[in-house]
Design a binder for this molecule. Structure first.
Ligand SMILES: Nc1ncnc2c1ncn2[C@@H]1O[C@H](COP(=O)(O)OP(=O)(O)OP(=O)(O)O)[C@@H](O)[C@H]1O
Length: 547
């Protein structure tokens, strides 16, 4: 429970009265920011007197307030019966539903039922609290929901119906639901058909692939409506007005994890209901002035591209395919020649090796947001963008095992720190990680550090830069096997020794780009980070869990 009772002193009290909470007399008060109640009679247990407890719920975290006797579809029959008995015993009762924090960043919807001395007082509490809630204009009233029935363990529809829809209903949020019938159904519907004016947000029920569909649909629609040509790599894209909610129901839910701190459908639903807003950067990827895709998490060439390309052939294996392809790519140990050129970010945006992690209320992202707002007010953005890109491009040629651009930490349950632990969600930059040719053992050490607390950038063959744009041009017609071939297992057919025909992962002229889990068709790409192009119904990971 959050302890903000002191706020009550500075705010005018809107309501204050003695109420009864589960047979316990309480003094309750509501002001603009907080709803507090505290015991007014010390409870005695076996002769020991206890200090009266007090509770404070920020109004912004109240989900709903209802008459206690109102039907509640979220409850089991047993709980409904108990509730009915209580309201028969205490007829003038109301229930407050509010957010509580549990372990591992999970949120739950708790409730407290209060009994009043008269029906008028009960009505007054409900009305005044609802008035306060109606002042919170960031809360969505109507949502467009897309469910991927085949994502993850194919439980998207059940997850939505059992865990999310009842909480939306309780909070008075209405939803138009579309169960997708094919891949790209949601993207196409958003781009061309959906009447977006009537919604306050778009929600996807699925994994990262489903989120990517919503992202592409919404960004394309916004650019089309504003006559912005997505094919121009240097164009200033228009930010999307509608926020996106993610109900995790896929086999990979990294975006949800990185922005909420957990993959839990009820937690995500509560972030949507209270109208949280997390701005996010989006990378646009082009090849020869033709738009390819958008990315919000990882663009990976070499190792992560090879893993994805191989895993696509093993979809029948389910999520285990990523582990198998990961081991294969590691044993094959390919490296690729190429030229990376990049435009470094300004110094005040920190460095990827800073210990400062992007968390709820991140000062760097907030500073970026306020300076963006100022720019919007004072100058047109294209001029501003030109002014701010005064730093010069840098060029690096070499042989790389992996080239990764992390737009966020890419933390997930397996790698709690992620690929770039201090990458920011909304600072207009990406962390470009170059892993040069090294021995297999060294690469193993580097990979291992993604799962523990050691610094994965602290190797002579790894360099990391915070960038606003980058280009990659492959040089080598054939991927090479690394030196140290003596390290390779000598079992015939198990791993390659020299020629392309014996490699574990069949060699092509280049590696592929893994763009948020999708393979790109081109190795030569131009990437630009678009600062705070979208907003999610999330708040970033909370540092201190206030349990
Ligand atoms: N009705 C549908 N039928 C088939 N594919 C769909 C449907 N709806 C969405 N998709 C596609 O399914 C893909 C995977 O979806 P999603 O990300 O929700 O699940 P996932 O299990 O995490 O994915 P992955 O298999 O990539 O790990 C998405 O790229 C999406 O375009």
């Amino acid at each position: 429970m959050t302890g903000q009772a002191e706020d009550t002193k500075s705010q005018p009290t809107l309501l204050s009265s003695k109420l009864l909470l589960q047979h316990q007399a309480v003094e309750a008060a509501l002001n603009r920011h907080v709803f507090v109640w505290k015991e007014i009679e010390k409870s005695q247990k076996r002769g020991i007197s206890k200090t009266p407890r007090s509770h404070a719920v920020p109004v912004s975290e109240i989900v709903a307030i209802h008459h206690a006797e109102d039907e509640d579809h979220t409850k089991s029959k047993w709980d409904q019966k108990k509730k009915q008995q209580f309201s028969q015993l205490f007829p003038n009762s109301f229930t407050v539903f509010y957010v509580t924090r549990t372990k591992h960043h999970r949120w739950r919807c708790s409730e407290a039922t209060f009994s009043c001395s008269s029906p008028e007082l009960c009505e007054q509490w409900i009305q005044v609290t609802r008035e306060q809630l109606s002042l919170l204009t960031n809360r969505p009233k109507r949502l467009l929901v897309y469910i991927n029935p085949f994502g993850g363990k194919k439980r998207g529809r059940r997850i939505y119906e059992d865990k999310v829809a009842p909480v939306f209903q309780r909070a008075g949020v209405s939803a138009d639901v579309i169960v997708t019938e094919r891949a790209n159904h949601a993207r196409d519907h958003l781009t061309t058909e959906a009447n977006l004016d009537q919604y306050d947000g778009v929600v996807c029920v699925g994994g990262d692939g489903m989120f990517s569909e919503i992202l592409h649909g919404l960004v394309a629609r916004t650019q089309n409506d504003n006559k912005v040509d997505q094919n121009r790599p240097d164009v200033e894209l228009k930010p999307c007005m509608l926020r996106i909610g993610i109900i995790p129901a896929g086999s990979t839910d990294c975006i949800c994890f990185a922005t909420v701190g957990t993959n839990d459908p009820v937690t995500s639903a509560l972030h949507i209901i209270i109208g949280d807003s997390q701005p996010m950067d989006v990378c646009s990827v082009h090849h020869n002035d033709v738009f390819l895709r958008y990315s919000v998490s990882l663009l990976g060439y070499g190792f992560y591209g090879d893993v994805l390309a191989d895993s696509e052939k093993k979809r029948w294996l389910g999520p285990a395919r990523y582990d198998l392809s990961g081991v294969k790519a590691f044993l094959c140990h390919n490296h690729y020649k190429g030229t990376v050129s990049f435009l470094p970010a300004e110094d005040n945006l920190g460095h990827p090796r800073d210990k400062l992690q992007c968390r709820f209320g991140c000062s760097i992202c907030q500073h970026k947001q306020s300076s963006k707002e100022k720019l919007r007010e004072t100058a047109d953005e294209e001029t501003a963008a030109e002014v701010s890109s005064s730093s010069s491009w840098k060029v690096i040629c070499g042989k790389f095992i992996a080239i990764n651009a992390a737009n966020m930490s890419c933390a997930c349950p397996r790698s709690p720190k992620g690929l770039s632990p201090s990458a920011h969600l909304a600072d207009g930059t990406a962390d470009l990680i170059l892993v040069r040719k090294c021995s297999r053992l060294d690469f193993f050490r580097h990979l291992l550090r993604h799962t523990n607390t050691d610094d994965q950038f602290d190797h002579s063959f790894v360099e990391v830069h915070r960038v606003k744009k980058f280009h990659f041009e492959p040089l080598d017609p054939q991927p090479l096997l690394l030196e140290n071939q003596s390290e390779l297992p000598k079992k015939p057919g198990f791993c390659p020794m020299s020629s392309a025909q014996t490699t574990c992962i069949p060699s092509t002229a280049h590696s592929s780009w893994n763009c948020d889990g999708e393979i790109l068709n081109h190795a030569a790409i131009q990437v630009s980070v678009h600062c705070q192009l979208i907003r999610l119904f999330a708040r970033g990971i909370e540092e201190q869990q206030r349990v």
